[in-house]
Unconditional design. Structure first.
Length: 256
C-alpha cells in the first residue's frame, strides 16, 4: 500500500505541470494513463464498472466522476483530478483540485477550505478514535464558512479492492461510529459545495454535478491508521503550484 500510494501521489504531482487554460481534460487523461503505465501500474478507473477513462476530471460544478473529453479548461476554472493506481494488486487513490489560471475569490476560498477539511479529517484519525469523528470535524469546519458537505459520495476502505468497508462519511457526530484500528487503510475525500449539498448525476450515469450549478471542490488521500495518528500513503513529493498556490491564505484557516 505504501508503494502504490507513493506512485499515485507522484502521478498526481506531475499533473500539476499540465494545468493551464487551453488544455483539454482528454489531454489530462492521456498523460495520467501513460504515466501510470510507465510506473508499471494500471489505471484503476479504466473500465471500472464501465467507466471509460483512466482518470476522473471534475470541472467547476462537477462534484466527482467527471469523464475526460473535449472540454477545454478556461481561465478561472477549477478542476479536480482523481488518480487511482493498481500496483501488484493493491490500490492507491488520491485527488486534488487545481486552479486554472487565476481563480475568483469565491473559488479560492472554496478550494482552500476544502483542502483544510481533508487535513482536519486526517488529524482526528488514530487507533481507538471513532469513524464519526472524521465527518464531524469536516462538517463543522466547512459549514463554519457557509459551505456544505456532499452526502451522496463518501470515502471508502481500500486495499486489494478499490472500494470496500468502511464507508467514510464526511458528515458525522463526535464519538459515534465504529472504532478505528491500527492497520486500517481507507480514503478521506471531502467534496465541498458553495451551494447546497445536493447533487444530480447526468445521463452518462457517472458525472455528478451540484444541483444549483455552484462550484464544488475535493481533495483526497489514502491513509493508514497508526497507534498515534495517520500515515498519508499518497503523500506527494512536493508542493503543486497550480493547487497549493496560497499557503498564507490556507494557514489563516484555523480550526477550533
Amino acid at each position: 500500500m505504501r508503494v502504490v500510494g507513493r506512485l499515485a501521489g507522484e502521478t498526481l504531482y506531475a499533473v500539476n505541470d499540465l494545468i493551464r487554460p487551453g488544455i483539454t481534460t482528454e489531454e489530462i487523461n492521456t498523460f495520467v494513463h501513460e504515466d501510470t503505465l510507465r510506473k508499471g501500474a494500471i489505471p484503476a478507473p479504466l473500465n471500472y464498472r464501465g467507466f471509460p477513462k483512466s482518470v476522473c476530471t471534475s470541472v467547476n460544478e462537477v462534484v466527482c466522476h467527471g469523464i475526460p473529453g473535449s472540454r477545454v479548461l478556461a481561465e478561472g476554472d477549477i478542476v479536480n483530478v482523481d488518480v487511482t493506481h493498481i500496483y501488484q494488486g493493491f490500490h492507491g487513490d488520491t485527488s486534488a483540485t487545481f486552479y486554472v489560471g487565476e481563480p475568483s475569490e469565491e473559488a479560492r476560498k472554496l478550494v482552500e477550505v476544502t483542502r483544510r477539511c481533508l487535513e482536519i479529517g486526517i488529524s482526528v484519525v488514530r487507533d481507538g478514535s471513532r469513524l464519526g469523528d472524521i465527518g464531524a470535524a469536516i462538517q463543522e469546519f466547512a459549514e463554519s464558512f457557509g459551505f456544505s458537505v456532499v452526502r451522496d459520495f463518501v470515502g471508502h476502505g481500500i486495499g486489494r479492492r478499490f472500494h470496500t468497508e468502511p464507508m467514510v462519511s464526511h458528515v458525522g457526530t463526535w464519538g459515534h461510529g465504529p472504532k478505528l484500528r491500527s492497520g486500517m487503510t481507507f480514503t478521506i475525500e471531502p467534496m465541498i459545495n458553495v451551494g447546497p449539498p445536493d447533487v444530480r448525476v447526468l445521463a452518462d450515469d457517472w458525472t455528478a454535478v451540484t444541483i444549483d450549478g455552484s462550484l464544488s471542490a475535493q481533495f483526497e488521500h489514502t491513509i493508514l491508521v497508526t497507534d498515534t495518528g495517520a500515515e498519508i500513503l499518497t503523500a506527494r513529493p512536493g508542493l503543486m503550484s497550480n493547487s497549493e498556490r496560497y499557503p498564507e491564505f490556507a494557514s489563516s484557516l484555523v480550526s477550533s
